[in-house]
Design a protein around this ligand. Structure first.
Ligand code: NDP
Length: 239
């Protein structure tokens, strides 16, 4: 694909940031969204080239629509929407709050749906497009304390397969499932003891976020007639 136009949500750190770096290095034109606009702007300044940013909360439909509008108004098209923004609250179903569940549903599922709502009409008008969703191996091997998180990720996996069937031949849909990846993700675990546990485990086995960026780039790089449906990437040491 010649200099694709790519929107990435959650590009202010971790996997989203690594994906932005890799794709920028390959000549992609980027529109980056997340709540921490200062981090997006610093990244854009570092990358140079054709990168735009916009403060975006994926829980807000209008924010995500504005991100897609920015891509189209700036670059004239949208080739790939990477739905990467995500949050996890760790804990048992009897200890988590309904607010924890709501946030995971709102960011991890509703946020992706906002991306679909914004990008699909553009893809349809172009008769071409690619939705890449970052899901999780948590949805493949369900572990205690991550049940609602896994449910949101599996809901997105279901959405991807349904979208693929509904949208027809012009749309490519890829669900990328990362295993344990060294990002700021575990720093948000609320319980200090659990947080330390996750951070230690991360230091032991996690893979760099670039491993996931390469999976996204691989799916994008296939010829238009080849749709990579799912990619699972784990650290070799992850069970
Ligand atoms: P990070 O915490 O580094 O990145 C999460 C990103 O999501 C940040 O850029 C954050 O930006 C953004 N984000 C969170 N809430 C919102 C929101 N409401 N609106 C917009 N952006 C938001 O973690 P990762 O890079 O690891 O996470 C990226 C994706 O990878 C997530 O979907 C996660 O579920 C998935 N994943 C991660 C794994 C891991 O081991 N790290 C394993 C499997 C999947 P900001 O705070 O600036 O808004």
């Amino acid at each position: 694909m010649e200099s694709p136009v790519v929107v990435i949500t959650g590009a202010s750190s971790g996997i989203g940031e690594a994906t932005a770096r890799l794709l920028a290095g390959q000549g992609a034109r980027l529109v980056l969204g997340a709540r921490r606009a200062d981090r997006l702007d610093a990244l854009a300044a570092e990358l140079g080239g054709e990168v735009r940013t916009r403060a975006t909360d994926v829980r807000r439909r209008d924010d995500v629509a504005a991100l897609v509008d920015l891509a189209v108004s700036t670059f004239g098209r949208l080739d790939v929407f990477v739905a990467n923004a995500g949050v996890a609250h760790v804990g048992g179903l009897d200890t988590q709050t309904v607010e924890d569940w709501d946030e995971m549903i709102d960011v991890n599922l509703r946020g992706v749906l906002h991306g679909v709502a914004a990008a699909l009409p553009v893809f349809r008008a172009q008769s071409a497009g690619h939705l890449v969703a970052i899901v999780s191996t948590s949805g493949l091997r369900i572990v205690p304390d991550q049940v609602v998180y896994a449910a949101t990720k599996n809901a997105v996996r279901t959405l991807c397969e349904g979208l693929r069937q509904e949208a027809g031949p012009h749309l490519r849909v890829t669900a990328v499932s990362p295993g344990f990846t060294a990002t700021e993700f575990v720093d948000t675990v609320a319980d200090p003891a659990r947080r330390r546990e996750y951070q230690e485990r991360m230091a032991e086995i996690a893979m760099p976020p670039d491993a996931i960026a390469r999976a996204v780039a691989y799916a994008m790089a296939q010829p238009a007639g080849v749709d990579v449906g799912e990619i699972v990437v784990r650290p070799t040491a992850q069970n």
